[in-house]
Design a protein around this ligand. Structure first.
Ligand SMILES: NC(=O)c1ccc[n+]([C@@H]2O[C@H](COP(=O)([O-])OP(=O)(O)OC[C@H]3O[C@@H](n4cnc5c(N)ncnc54)[C@H](O)[C@@H]3O)[C@@H](O)[C@H]2O)c1
Length: 350
């Protein structure tokens, strides 16, 4: 089988993980790099080998008739031109989350790809963690009963000035929500198999925050089959040690995930201690991104259904936007009021 010829665009922090994951896969090969920053191109060539290098994704796609896929890991600011260029050539795309920084713009990008029937997958790598699959199995096999409510806590002191982290979140609007909570909201929908209907949220910035806009989010999220999640996330915790717990209370017990990449426990209602679920070894940012890539290749090469579609992603982006509106206007916000009607695929609450 000839490997799929991939253009890798956006060679920053995330692009470097992509280079590693693409290089390890026998089913694809990187045929070109694209990034307006020459230093990023040079660093990539030094680490992953020389390739034709372009200042823009559009130039790369125009110059390479044999390109068969695009991995786009640029910042989510103004991606229309790159998505149009790939769509016009019929090139399937794997685009990093968040697709855009408004639901409206993301819906427009989804429409461009869908109108041409070109797959647009979004980089939701956390869906492909072993722990994610195990939580779904636990909630599905009846051992703790039916999921009813949850508490999702993500506490991190994210030093946005660190050399190995991107810089645009320091000045963007609502960085925690768009850059981080988007993963968490996507996981809630994916794992619970429910769609959000109503959100009440407050976002704020602690006094010591290095971010211009809010690094803290608190939200109560109501889903269509009754699940209610109490969410708290921060990028500016008062403590450098990160903490994570996603606990789901069920009719006969609890499920507790205690690390973003692993550490899973459950207990039945009357048990005094939690039972740990063994998980396979995991290489952070690589194992789960490889799973995401496999799903993309299964779609593009084998014709399997597209996972993490742009259309599906709109619902998670709507959760983000609903949080921002709820906080700004001090009111509950329905998802139906945020999502363009042509993309709603559920019955909004009355
Ligand atoms: N899925 C994940 O776990 C994960 C983790 C980190 C970042 N991300 C996402 O990846 C994307 C990039 O983040 P990052 O941390 O790599 O940012 P970064 O700032 O480190 O790198 C972005 C790179 O894109 C380049 N770039 C800018 N405009 C471009 C264009 N039009 N075409 C090609 N390249 C362009 C920049 O020069 C830079 O090298 C964001 O959407 C971010 O949210 C996802």
């Amino acid at each position: 089988m000839t490997p799929l010829k991939v253009v890798l665009a956006g060679l920053g922090v995330r692009g470097r993980y992509w280079a590693e994951v693409l290089t390890r896969s026998p089913r694809c090969e990187i045929i070109a790099y694209a990034d307006p920053n020459p230093a990023a191109c040079e660093r990539m060539a030094a680490q992953y080998g020389e390739r034709p290098t372009f200042k823009s994704t559009e130039d790369a796609l125009a110059a390479l008739p044999d390109a068969q896929a695009l991995v786009l890991a640029n910042p989510p600011i103004g991606r229309e031109s790159q998505i149009r260029a790939a769509t016009e050539r019929g090139i399937p795309m794997l685009v990093e989350k968040p697709l855009a920084l408004t639901v409206e713009e993301a819906a427009h990008l989804v429409s461009i790809a869908e109108a041409a029937n070109v797959p647009l997958m979004v980089g939701l790598n956390f869906r492909y963690l072993a722990v994610t699959k195990e939580v779904m199995r636990l909630l599905g096999d009846g051992i703790v009963g039916k999921a009813s409510f949850g508490r999702f806590t993500y506490e991190r002191y994210r030093d946005g000035n660190r050399a190995d982290l991107n810089k645009y979140p320091l000045t963007m609007d609502q960085p925690m929500l768009w850059e981080q909570s988007i993963h968490h909201f996507d996981l809630m929908r994916y794992i619970y198999g429910q769609e959000p209907v109503l959100i009440q949220a407050q976002t704020w910035n602690p006094p010591w925050s290095m971010y211009q806009s809010d690094a803290n989010v608190a939200a109560i999220i109501t889903f269509d089959k009754g699940m209610i999640v109490n969410y708290q996330g921060t990028w500016q915790s008062g403590w450098a040690e990160p903490r994570f717990e996603w606990r789901t209370d069920c009719t006969n017990g609890v499920v507790s995930q205690q690390d973003q990449f692993g550490k899973l426990f459950f207990a039945q209602q009357a048990e005094p201690t939690l039972n740990e679920i063994p998980l396979p070894p995991h290489e952070m940012w690589i194992t789960e991104t490889s799973g995401l890539l496999e799903a993309f290749l299964n779609c593009v090469i084998d014709g399997e259904p597209l996972q993490c579609s742009g259309r599906d992603h709109l619902m998670s982006l709507a959760m983000v936007e609903a949080c921002a509106i709820s906080s700004r206007e001090a009111r509950s916000v329905t998802i139906a009021s945020v999502l363009p009607s042509e993309f709603g695929h559920y019955d909004p609450i009355s």
